[in-house]
Design a protein around this ligand. Sequence first.
Ligand code: D41
Length: 688
Amino acid sequence: MSAAGDDRQRLLELREQIAEHNRRYYVEDAPTASDAQYDRLMAALLAIEAAHPDWVTPESPSQRVGAAPLDAFGSVRHAVRMLSLANAFEAADIEAFDERVAGTLREAGLLPQGVVDYVAEYKFDGIAVSLRYEGGRLVLAATRGDGQVGEDITANVRTLRSVPLRLRGDEAPAVLEVRGEVLMTRADFDRMNEAQAAHGGKTFVNPRNAAAGSLRQLDPRVTATRPLRFFAYGWGQIRDEAGRDILPRARHGDMLDWLGALGLPVSPGHRLCQGSAGLLAFYADVGAARPSLSYDIDGVVYKVDDLKSQDVLGFVARAPRFAIAHKFPAQEETTLLEDIEVQVGRTGALTPVGRLRPVFVGGVTVTNATLHNEDEIRRKDVRIGDTVVVRRAGDVIPEIVGPVTALRTGREIEFDMRARYPVCPVCGSAVERPEGEAVTRCTAGLFCPAQLKQTLWHAASRKALDIEGLGDKLIEQLVDGGRVRTLADLYGLTALELSTYPRMGSKSAANLIEAIDQSRRPPLSRLLYALGVRHVGETTARDLARHFGSIDAVMAASEDELLAVPDVGPVVAASIRRFFSEVHNREVVAALRKAGVEPVAEAVPAGEKPLAGKTLVLTGTLPSLSRDEATRMVLAAGGKVSGSVSRKTAWVVAGEEAGSKLAKAAELGVPVLDEAGLRALLAPASAP
Ligand code: D41
């Protein structure tokens, strides 16, 4: 074969392979090539086409990069009208729909089993389009428009990899109009918006708007860069070679399978359902799965499966009587952003919160939505007085997606944190926004009632001191009344005084005092966690507890010593140092101790060598262990015992009449344990 013949052969193979990879990815949802492999095939194809420009055809996958820009979209008359769908929101509407369908079909003698078979599908929240294939080749793509005439978006649709440029298999009819929805997945949308924002490009409020905007681009090269997908759910004209209208299958579900066999991506998740009970079960299942789907759906669509029955049912106005859309509560609504205020959190962060005109969205009435921080407000360009898009998906907290800029009056006000909140709105203390951080904070620490309340609430939580019965209402009253100014004050409360608070009977007051009492001997890690040191979560608290063995040792530790703890980095170490170098915080710890709060050192899981790599120094007389016994226990736990204290010493274990070694430990900041502390450290290894 000639060199050109070889190239030609290779070109056809490459086109075939690329189309097949697209199909595996978009139709089967089961890719078999890596992105790199795909890119190599495409590069090889482009090289051959560059050498033979006359071989380039509109069906070549290379054409996905987009043709030259248009001045305007032409209009297209759909060969078969694109219908609309009737909507329903209530189960009762669906039962009525099913009864109507069943009644009509029974009269027509088309309901032998008595229940109607339906195909239930997702209702994609995208853009309805019609694709026309002639001789198996994509020749035309159009928007729905008014159902009869739409816009010619062929050049744009050619850039979608999920749309085959040629149908596969030998069953392709002479003419096929496919109807479906163009959409963007949420992940693709987020990624695209981030990329757009990064180079100052246009961002979109939601995937639907992004899909619409991308599809209605006059420059197909722009559309080519947008991650659009297509799913088919119906058809228009289908003709054979002789120009006769044909219907290759007798049921809707089988038609979808047939479209899939032609290489078209078919609406996933469709299911055959029987009667209204089957439909409502589908609705419930899909509703539950909705937040975890990768794209937005605004409901489900039910279609009578038998196509002959569909014909018998016919139409009212422009909507078929054989199908109905069952909508979910909207996940997005628009409403007025009446104001932006701030909330002060446990760490003093001033978090902007949007006050909204109440709006029903995602199944609940929403009046507040977090705006995270100032930068976020600026990035979204949200202003007080804007009409905003509010989103609540699943159980996620409501968020303000962005403003509807088209509705601006010019009277909207930009939020200025510094001007509006020059000091903490709760305690009036100074606020600061450190260089390079997005967050403004109240500097008052636990003097700020807002921070104190949240810290108490955190300290009482199950994973901290687990004080059942100390709810946010009571904390509010205790703090506002000045009765509780620090965590330690909780331990001075009496049942008698508690019983004077609203909704506090003598029984619940006694229970709460009991719970507070119970919390006087917390595992060290829980106490550390309860203090609410920034960046010290449960895991870090546990690591600190194991490493240092006592609260005094943690408080005395330098940043370097803190850095020796596994998984403690500079940010965490600095935060711990900062916390314990504040007089107020040290006083709280002292007051806790005075109130009888004595943390117990943690046991290490059995099987671990808790002292592996650690050197200990024993000094003084321990109450019940001889020096030899103690040494053996340390060695059994994988540790070493040394006679002199240095920076490398992990702990000094001190008993009665300990002398210079104790002083040396203090000088070097080495943590000191008593016998109980040593036993706690060794608990599993020393067990008999
Ligand atoms: O997912 C959809 N948005 C969807 C839309 C769907 N799954 N099925 C649909 N079926 C129809 C009929 C039954 C009329 C062929 C539709 C639409 N129509 C539709 N989309 C936009 C207007 C109508």
